[in-house]
Write a protein that binds this ligand. Structure first.
Ligand SMILES: [Zn+2]
Length: 350
């Protein structure tokens, strides 16, 4: 029987509303919290001699396809943001979706970063090798009475989520399985249907200050932390890894803005420090839609086939955020010198 079955919930606690703000920076406090046990030396916790700033950043691609220039621009911005402050920059491979992950994509993605001149500290970390950390986090949530089993099918969730349910945003899970009786839960377990694990967030309200988007507020629904196929969910792994790796600044695509309140809420429940966030605009295709394969030559390999070198692409990406002209071939360290992290918002808007 999978270890994620048989969770219990704490009943009788009244719903709580809470507002949470990012934990203030504390100089010198970074790295692995005590709950995960001994710091993991294999996880890229290298300290650079130039350290001392709380701006360690990362790029965390999923090896389920090729990176396109929009992904690469986000990587470049995250890299510039960290490096311009003398901070560490880590690469983490988010490969938990075993059915879609391909090693060749990982190899290609890392090669693309290298080709653009984006370097990183320590070994590349793979989420598929970090189950113990995620298990520890789930155990902590279980002990706090914050998890419950969910047997809903996709269709059931769609149907339930489309009905109005108070303060929760559209599409949010309305807590159907939280309201099951003990007998109903037993029936589902006995039927052999595998359960996902959800957090009990009680519609918590989270606010945070995004470096680019300003103040953001979100309501946290009861999101999944372990899928019913046993895979650890994205929101859990990201929160655990960012804290374990000492990431203090998350620079990533604006498509992930909506998941940030969930992640901040979860981090607080786990007693982890909250990183700062900057959600950068996605690159769009000529039709105004989010850049994708169908827009043509969008990968480094596509561009190479057109005779464009990685230096050409880096110049194009840098120019698109106001760092140099497309005809300028600035080396990575020259871009760093021209990048003012304190003015990231202006840089991206330019
Ligand atoms: Zn359910």
């Amino acid at each position: 029987m999978p270890s994620h079955q048989g969770q219990t919930i704490v009943d009788g606690e009244p719903p709580r509303r809470e507002t949470m703000r990012p934990v203030p920076r504390q100089g010198g406090q970074r790295g692995v919290s005590s709950w995960v046990g001994s710091p993991d030396s294999a996880m890229g916790r290298l300290r650079l001699p130039c350290g001392g700033v709380d701006a360690d950043g990362r790029f965390a691609p999923s090896p389920t396809g090729s990176l396109h220039v929009g992904n690469l621009r986000t990587a470049l911005l995250a890299w510039l943001f960290a490096r311009s402050q003398g901070a560490r920059f880590l690469v983490r491979v988010e490969d938990l979706d075993a059915g879609r992950v391909r090693r060749r994509f990982e190899d290609e993605q890392l090669a693309d970063l290298r080709a653009l001149g984006l370097d990183w500290d320590g070994p590349v970390v793979r989420q598929s090798e970090r189950s113990a950390l995620y298990e520890a986090a789930l155990a902590r949530l279980t002990a706090a009475g914050l998890l419950y089993e969910c047997w809903c099918t996709r269709a059931e969730i769609r149907e339930a989520a489309s009905a109005p349910h108070g303060a929760l945003p559209e599409g949010a899970y309305p807590g159907t399985c939280l309201r099951l009786s003990a007998a109903e839960r037993d029936t589902r377990r006995a039927a052999g249907r595998r359960a996902a694990l959800r957090v009990r967030a009680d519609g918590a309200r989270v606010t945070f200050e995004d470096r680019l988007c300003g103040p953001v507020e979100g309501v946290v629904d009861d999101f999944v932390v372990r899928r019913n196929d046993g895979a650890f969910a994205y929101n859990l792994a990201v929160v655990v890894d960012d804290a374990a790796q000492g990431i203090r600044e998350v620079v990533r695509g604006a498509d992930l803005l909506d998941s940030t309140p969930r992640q901040l809420w979860l981090g607080a429940r786990l007693g982890l420090p909250a990183p700062g966030h900057a959600h950068v605009p996605l690159m769009l295709g000529p039709d105004g839609a989010r850049l994708a394969k169908r827009h043509g030559a969008v990968t480094l390999a596509d561009r190479a086939a057109l005779g464009q070198s990685p230096d050409d692409v880096r110049a194009e990406l840098a120019a698109s955020v106001g760092r140099g002209e497309p005809a300028e071939r600035l080396a990575p360290h020259q871009l760093v010198a021209r990048f003012d992290a304190g003015r990231l918002a202006a840089v991206v808007a330019s």
